[in-house]
Design a protein around this ligand. Structure first.
Ligand SMILES: Cc1cc2nc3c(=O)[nH]c(=O)nc-3n(C[C@H](O)[C@H](O)[C@H](O)COP(=O)(O)O)c2cc1C
Length: 330
């Protein structure tokens, strides 16, 4: 049984996400070029943009911006926003609605200090009154599919009651689905996500719950079906950067032969089509820092990419490594 069988479809307030396998929002990574690469392989039900900053989003041209633009073959794309409540919701949601998003997702999980200083991400999840105002403000301007993505909260010893209050708030504002990344706001990605909380969360809301965090293979879903079955869908992040074809495995599609050098070249080409070289460089390095995990001596690929000063340099040194038939990691 594939994960696609376990999560065949998810209704996001009128938009069917089929299968209910989603790409996580990742700043610096899930830009239009990377989404295009993932779309080439297929197997997912929806992709997510990077977290969009409202002032930048309002300035960007949707036809050209690498954060906003969407190619037809990407299919369903969720647009993720950070909000604090100080924004012009009228302008923001008029522009978003015109993009026909599969959903607009509100970031309530990002623990990065610079985002929390803007009263967004985890800081918005923490501030119940502000969160309520933000959700009401969204709903005053936007009736389309709205999702939220959050962590468990701040306090490992006392998170359930505040979490339940927020689930009620989401239900009251017609949120279509909640993605939960079950870590606390102070936890780094190194510590394991608490999958064991998925059944409790799903049992305490009528909303579909999408599970996220450290999910790397369909085998894990099968082995821990007791934890994953109550979920409506799953969301993959870092593993999809490491293996942009991974959704095929989860969906039970036939495997394709992977030419690692060709996939890299394609990503470089796609990124440079959408970004000027000086902005592409950091994104290619970020991608390479995950892609290198495919190889036994991947730290060598990582080292070469980090040291590169131009796109031509990062491209050439990665290609040299990838064409040397490097040993794959176990
Ligand atoms: C480089 C990077 C950037 C991220 N950016 C965002 C973001 O913009 N919005 C968000 O909600 N989560 C963001 N996340 C968190 C991921 O969406 C996801 O919750 C987390 O990586 C755990 O899932 P995974 O184990 O499948 O990667 C980011 C994670 C990484 C590694």
């Amino acid at each position: 049984m594939s994960a696609g069988d376990l999560f065949p479809s998810l209704d996001l307030g009128g938009t069917a996400v089929t299968p209910a396998l989603l790409l996580a929002p990742m700043a610096g990574i899930t830009h239009s070029g990377f989404r295009r690469l993932i779309a080439d392989f297929g197997g997912y039900g929806a992709l997510t943009t990077e977290m969009l900053s409202p002032p930048a989003f309002l300035r960007e041209d949707p036809e050209r911006s690498p954060w906003i633009r969407r190619r037809a073959r990407e299919g369903s794309v969720v647009y993720q926003l950070r909000l604090s409540g100080e924004e012009d919701f009228g302008a923001l949601f008029a522009k978003l609605a015109a993009l026909s998003p599969a959903a607009v997702d509100l970031n309530l999980g990002c623990p990065a200090p610079e985002i929390q200083r803007l009263a967004s991400g985890a800081a918005l999840f923490r501030d119940f009154a502000r969160l309520e105002r933000v959700l009401a403000g969204i709903r005053a301007h936007y009736g389309g599919p709205l999702t939220v993505k959050c962590r468990l909260g701040d306090d490992p010893d006392n998170w359930r009651a505040p979490f339940l209050e927020r689930l009620r708030l989401f239900e009251d504002h017609a949120v279509a689905a909640v993605t939960v990344h079950p870590r606390f706001s102070g936890e780094k990605l190194k510590r394991r996500a608490r999958w064991r909380e998925f059944p409790w969360i799903a049992a305490h809301t009528r909303l579909p719950v999408i599970g996220n965090g450290d999910i790397r293979s369909p085998r894990e879903i099968a082995d821990r079906a007791d934890l994953f079955r109550p979920l409506a869908g799953i969301m993959l992040g870092r593993v999809a950067v490491e293996k942009p074809w991974i959704f095929r495995e989860f969906a039970g599609l036939p495997p394709t032969r992977i030419d690692y050098a060709e996939v890299w070249e394609r990503l470089v080409r796609y990124t440079l089509e959408d970004f000027p070289p000086e902005r592409a460089l950091g994104r290619l390095k970020e991608f390479a820092s995950y892609y290198c995990r495919n190889f036994f001596f991947g730290h060598e690929l990582h080292r070469r990419c980090l040291g590169a000063r131009t796109v031509a340099e990062v491209h050439a040194s990665a290609l040299e490594f990838l064409r040397s038939d490097p040993q794959l990691s176990a």
